[in-house]
Design a protein around this ligand. Structure first.
Ligand code: GDD
Ligand code: MG
Length: 363
């Protein structure tokens, strides 16, 4: 079976963390998010994958190529105009001649795909939508179902007053190719506002596959952080990542013998961790990072090429690519976008969100 991943465009960012990296390429435990998704599909024997992109992303192309390094076959489709979620899949119609899968590109889940496909085929559904429970359905697509598990109503981003259930669209669909006939070619058309309500109006069999499997949409930095916490605490069963006190160190990295590490921690390649640095997990340090003496890092995620000076204190924070935290800086509960510089001695207000894209001098 083939799968279409809705990758979105260059504009699909994880703001304010990065303006330079497409959302699907943000590192999760030092691996691009999309690689986790591809690995997940591959584990479920789905090896023929279409990446529906708004624009050709050079970073995706150069990292994934044709997919052979990941033992899958990747095809990319590109859009001349923003086609929306369903329009993007219509744009890939030439590759889709049998029952297929669609995934939002920003979802990390343990959903049992084989069981969902089986459910879809047994009911002879035109479309089956995975459902997951959430605390706040207002940021998602709310889905009402009847006793037979058929979808009766689809309400994208409801007001609180409209909330009738905590079940939402989990962003994974099994579809029959005939569903594509309802999508106009080369026009902006969404599953959420258009195709699903249309199929329901026409009385087509649209089913809900409800699951309590691990699920998260990494659409905000807070959710992105939560995914790390969940992976490190073993809440998602499917990916091997250090838990407990484990420490993983990449190639060519040097860790001074006086460094104190309490896991879980993942240190990328080509890092230098200096004299008496203290790391208290969960901690992730991307490749090319340098942490100078007496710095303390607790429960934080650091992307590539970070330069941390001496006696830096970093706690419960995310630091995107190419940041420089100079000597004696204190950063807590904060999000630092790409290429942020924090000048020596500066103590950031807890909860700071420093925008990426330019070098910001924080006074
Ligand atoms: N190729 C392409 N072209 N991809 C697109 C386009 C487009 O025009 N528009 C959106 N996408 C991709 C996004 O990159 C993302 O991977 C996915 O489609 C969903 O878009 P989001 O922008 O992340 O939507 P959302 O999170 O607000 O809501 C969607 O996901 C929720 C679950 O996380 C909806 O499907 C909700 O109904 C759902 O509950
Ligand atoms: Mg999303």
């Amino acid at each position: 079976m083939k799968a279409v991943i809705l990758v979105g465009g260059e504009a699909t960012r994880l703001l304010p963390l990065t303006c330079n990296t497409p959302k699907v390429m943000v590192p999760v435990i030092n691996i691009p998010f999309l690689e986790h998704v591809i690995h997940y599909l591959s584990q479920h024997q789905i090896k023929d994958i279409i990446l529906a992109q708004r624009h050709l992303s050079q970073s995706i192309k150069s990292y994934f190529g044709n997919g052979s390094r990941f033992e899958v076959e990747l095809t990319c489709t590109i859009e001349d105009i923003p086609l929306g979620t369903a329009g993007a899949v219509k744009n890939a119609e030439q590759y889709l001649d049998d029952t297929f899968l669609v995934l939002n590109g920003d979802i990390y889940t343990d959903l049992d795909i084989a069981a969902m496909i089986d459910f879809h085929l047994k009911r002879k559904a035109k479309a089956t939508i995975a459902l997951t429970p959430v605390d706040d359905p207002t940021s998602y697509g709310l889905i009402e179902t009847n006793a037979q598990g058929r979808v009766t109503r689809f309400l994208e981003k409801p007001q609180w007053s409209e909330v009738t259930t905590n079940m939402i669209n989990a962003g994974t669909y099994v579809l029959e190719p005939e569903a594509l006939n309802r999508i106009p070619p080369q026009a902006n058309f969404s599953f959420e506002h258009e195709l699903f309500p249309l199929l329901l109006d026409q009385g087509e069999p649209v089913y809900a596959y409800t699951s309590s499997a691990y699920w998260i949409d990494i659409g905000t930095p807070e959710k992105y952080f939560q995914l790390h916490r969940d992976l490190f605490s073993g809440n998602s069963a499917r990916h091997s990542c250090p838990i407990g006190d484990e420490v993983l160190v990449g190639e060519q990295s040097y860790i001074h013998p006086t460094v104190h590490i309490r896991g879980p921690a993942v240190i990328g390649s080509n890092c230098i961790i200096g004299h008496k640095v203290k790391l208290t997990g969960p901690v992730v340090i991307g490749s090319g990072g340098t942490i100078q003496e007496d710095s303390v890092i607790e429960e934080s995620i650091i992307w590539r090429n970070a330069q941390l000076g001496q006696r830096v204190s970093l706690k419960n924070s995310i630091v995107a690519d190419n940041c420089r935290l100079n000597d004696n800086t204190t950063i807590e509960d904060s999000i630092l976008g790409d290429s942020v510089t924090v000048v020596s001695g500066c103590k950031l207000e807890p909860g700071s969100k420093i925008w990426s894209g330019t070098t910001v001098e924080v006074p």
